[in-house]
Design a binder for this molecule. Structure first.
Ligand code: E4P
Length: 217
């Protein structure tokens, strides 16, 4: 399973990259706004910097919602760096845009997926990734993991190349459950990745080993 980090924060991207486990980055307009990035030039520059810091696919989301504007914007984003993946919302014009970029060989990530039908349409249109939002489903008392499982079955039935990029991750348990059901990628905040490290028996075991090692000096 690939690990992406879901942030536009350069320090956190660097930290995950330095850990040696990072396969890519996802962003969205809210995450970019949180970093105070605004204006076209600043946005393009920020994506360029992210591509310089992190290896792997970097999702850059279009801000527009009409077919013509998404094409124009997506082409500008794709021109920044070969690792850019154009992130397109799951709307009718978005499906058309996915097909357009697929025909052109530009990679895409279809975002805001909340149903298996949406994932199927995005895969049919040639999306490289679909992003089902687990946490936001859990937030409204719908089991987000069920959606990942449904999409896995459908994509396997028809051998779609589209990768399932589990998004809106809220905890290390989400990451573990995604790995169990075969999500191809999980994109999560740095904190959830780092929480996978933690176990009190590791801490107490290491403290004992360090104490005993001192006896051998
Ligand atoms: C996905 O690509 C989105 O950027 C993200 O995972 C949304 O997460 P949230 O529901 O925590 O905002």
């Amino acid at each position: 399973m690939k690990f992406f980090i879901d942030t536009a924060n350069l320090e956190q991207i660097k930290e995950a990259q330095d850990l040696g486990i990072l396969d890519g980055v996802t962003t969205n307009p809210s995450l970019m706004a949180k970093e105070g990035i605004s204006g076209k030039e600043a946005i393009l520059n920020h994506y360029k910097t992210i591509c310089e810091i992190a290896d792997g696919d970097i999702s850059a989301e279009v801000l527009s919602t009409t077919y013509e504007e998404m094409i124009k914007e997506g082409e500008e984003l794709a021109a920044i760096h070969p690792n850019i993946v154009v992130k397109i919302p799951m709307i009718k014009d978005g499906v058309k845009a996915l097909k357009y970029f697929s025909n052109k060989g530009i990679k895409t990530n279809c975002t805001l997926i909340f149903s298996a039908g949406q994932a199927l349409l995005a895969a049919k249109a040639g999306a490289n990734y679909v992003s089902p939002f687990l946490g936001r489903l859990d937030d409204i008392s719908v089991d987000g993991m069920n959606l990942i499982e449904e999409i896995r079955i459908i994509f396997d039935n028809y051998m779609f190349d589209t990768e399932i990029l589990a998004a809106s991750i809220r905890s290390p348990m989400h990451i573990i459950n995604c790995a169990k059901v075969g999500a191809d990628v999980v994109t999560s905040p740095l904190a959830s990745i780092l929480n996978l490290l933690k176990h009190p028996l590791t801490d107490s075991g290491l403290a004992q080993f360090v104490a005993d090692a001192k006896k051998m000096d």
